[in-house]
Design a protein. Sequence first.
Length: 365
Amino acid sequence: MESILEGIGNLSIDNFSNANLTNTKKEEQIPKEESIKHEGKKKKKKIKKKNKNKSKENVTQTVATKPMHKVYVDYLVQWLQENKIGKNESKRLSIARELFWKCCDTGITEEDLLFIRKKLTESEFVFQPGDLWKQLDTFFGSSKITNFMKQISELTPTGLNTSPNACCGKYELLYRLLRKNSFQPNKGDISDNGVIIELKGQEVRMLSHDLVGTKYKSITDSIFNPMIKGNIVKSGKLKGKIVFEVEKKQHCLHYQSQFKCRTPEECHQMMSQLLTELHINGNINEMAKKIMNNSNDYQQEIYKRILLNDWFEKYKARMSFDKLMIFGDGTNVKIIENTEQLSRCRITGDYFRIAHSYNIGWYIQ
């Protein structure tokens, strides 16, 4: 009986342990299957995510373009390169960046730049005397583009400097952009179809090359003292001194009255000597007669004009240019090749610093 019971006991224990093992295996298999399924789902999600990211990347790559400033600068560099402006890539890039801000300031678009270049390729813009801005309005048919050109005229980019002492002037970049075949010569500002052009903006000074203020004072002192009474200096280094500023507008009436006190012969002699010592080229005798109106009637404007003409001719020969272009503010451009055309310019002030060793001259416009 006991052995039967033991057998039953052992049987139940073995069966129970086998059942447990079987259940354990089943339990182990279930989580494993679930984890495999879960991992499979994870992998699928990752693949989907990757595909989504890839598609996003593709969309981004398709939609994305260069930054707007880069588009403009690249295009402007091409324009500069085409016109041979800027000696190397870094100089062209420097100029293009300055032009970019003028595009921003005036609302110039990429399409506007395309139109400008196309128009300049198809037809030639020629600078004429008169109102430059009206000429550009007519040429481009756009006040916005004219305003853009106005902004460019004020630029003096370092990228166009030929040396540390030879800086680019106003209107130079504008001229080069509007006239494709123009370039910087060894002497002068612009070479255009074989013509050397000197460009000037506002407050143009036409100076004597070799005559300084202190020398001019010494010459006038020796000629006019004591023949006529001079004027008293009211300020500066020579304050209170008597000098002979026969060229200054504010003293014109004073010197007219002083020359009236001398004979026509004496006046002619003084003026002839003055022109000779100032190294004025030409017929001194005839010029002296004009200044004194063949009498003792002093004509200050004629005296000033004779000095201006002489200094212009010497400046033109020294700088080897064919034309002088005075832009001013752009509303009344003057193109000057000779002294006859120089008469279109007004003398707006003097640069006679008789207490200093600065070259004397005139402001003209």
